[in-house]
Design a protein around this ligand. Structure first.
Ligand code: ADP
Ligand code: MG
Length: 397
């Protein structure tokens, strides 16, 4: 298998930008007033720690969603995506009641709704959307479309909305309009991401810190392997993990599992009476510590030393949190056997992507090893792309 190499352009690759503009011209018979681009993201480490008030460390990807847009004279919005056939149009009455605009258009209507709910006069607009972010693979195409649309509307309307308020607003669009219960991580990463950095986010305080993560300078690359595993019961399993963590925190008399320190883990486990809950707690507490350890290594410039932390995170998700599937475990094992410094599932689990930290020149060989391990087990062929940490949402032109 040959990997697709996505480097870190300061602007997105000409292709997706051109597709958005061409789509705009074709659908609306006019030139767009501008183009805005937002990246997908992956979480380097810190899984299922967000709703436990803990730590995550995502970075923005060089794969982007691009919105070409122009204002219109009335208060209506027309949107087209290359993933859909015809443009969809909606007005204020549709937007102001969550649930009236459904399907993929809800992500766009949700942003209009959230802006209006925050008191902004959102300009009517025509929008055309193209994307290189795979949809539904856990790389957050949803936050990418929200952020790109938000940037376009803020610029077109000259709205007074500083960028540090964008993540919360895009999150509201997804939580309250689309109805998907996600944390603040995705929107923070795709809006605040910086090239060569990972974003250290404290999910309790929502404080962020840019941590140097310059894979390129170190001669390294991150291989993102799309497991192509069907998401089996992911929603129900997510809800049950979350409940189990909340019950354990209540039992331990703390607001959230974040409040169990790593050196107090054994004492905390001794106070829990069933083995499954103990394993769930052990994952969350050790995972928070692995995020902190990762940040410390990155600050010290020791990027290769991350490997064992990534692999330990995977083992914890597999054995203690029990959220991996055979395709995912196969990809991790094959990547490690082929020389990756470390590998782990990223995202909520039961499918999605695997990250493998590799010497840049070995990326193709590691991807090929994963593909042949898949073939041996009869799994559908995985996808693979090498990435470097990229920047957050921007206006392209
Ligand atoms: P993920 O964020 O992991 O890719 P989600 O299920 O959260 O998966 O979001 C995917 C949904 O977001 C799609 O089903 C679609 O409704 C919407 N979406 C994302 N990108 C686009 C796009 N370029 N065009 C149209 N809809 C999109
Ligand atoms: Mg999403």
């Amino acid at each position: 298998m040959t990997t697709t190499t996505a480097t870190t352009p300061t602007t997105p690759s000409g292709d997706v930008v051109a597709r958005a503009a061409a789509g705009f011209r074709q659908r609306y018979g006019a030139e767009p007033a501008g183009r805005w681009a937002a990246p997908g993201r992956v979480n380097l480490i810190g899984e299922h720690t967000d709703y436990n008030d803990g730590f995550v460390l995502p970075f923005a990807l060089p794969l982007r969603t691009v919105v070409a847009a122009a204002p219109r004279d009335d208060e209506r919005w027309t949107v087209w995506s290359e993933l859909s056939a015809d443009p969809v149009e909606f007005g204020p009455a549709d937007v102001d009641e969550p649930g009236r605009v459904t399907g993929w258009t809800a992500y766009v209507a949700g942003v209009v709704w959230a802006l209006r709910a925050a008191g902004h006069a959102v300009p009517g607009a025509r929008l055309a959307i193209a994307s290189d972010v795979p949809v539904g693979s856990g790389l957050s195409s949803s936050a990418a479309i929200e952020a790109a649309v938000l940037a376009a509307l803020v610029d077109l309307g000259g709205l007074d909305l500083p960028a540090d308020r964008w993540p919360r607003l895009a999150q509201r669009a997804e939580n309250e309009y689309v109805g998907a219960p996600t944390g603040i991580m995705d929107q923070s990463a795709v809006i605040r991401g910086r090239p060569g950095h990972a974003l250290f986010l404290d999910c309790r305080t929502e404080e962020i810190e840019q941590i140097p993560f310059d894979l390129d300078a170190a001669g390294l690359a991150m291989l993102v392997i799309d497991s192509r595993a069907p998401h089996r019961h992911a929603d129900g399993e997510y809800a049950s993990r979350r409940k189990s963590c909340e019950r354990a925190a209540a039992r331990l008399g703390v607001p959230a599992l974040r409040d169990v320190p790593a050196d107090g883990l054994d004492a905390a486990l001794a106070r829990l009476d069933d083995d499954e809950t103990r394993r769930r707690v052990r994952h969350v507490v050790t995972e928070d510590q692995r995020v902190l350890d990762t940040v410390a290594l990155l600050r010290a410039g020791r990027v290769r030393a991350l490997g064992p932390l990534l692999t330990a995170s995977h083992a914890s998700m597999r054995d203690d949190f029990e959220i991996t599937v055979p395709e995912i475990d196969t990809a991790v094992e094959a990547a490690l056997a082929a020389g990756a410094y470390g590998a782990r599932m990223t995202g909520g689990g039961f499918g999605g992507c695997v990250l493998a930290l590799v010497e840049a020149p070995t990326a193709d060989a590691v991807a090929a090893a994963v593909a042949s391990a898949y073939a041996e087990r009869g799994f559908a062929a995985p996808g693979a792309v090498t990435v470097l940490p990229a920047g957050g949402v921007t206006r392209v032109d």
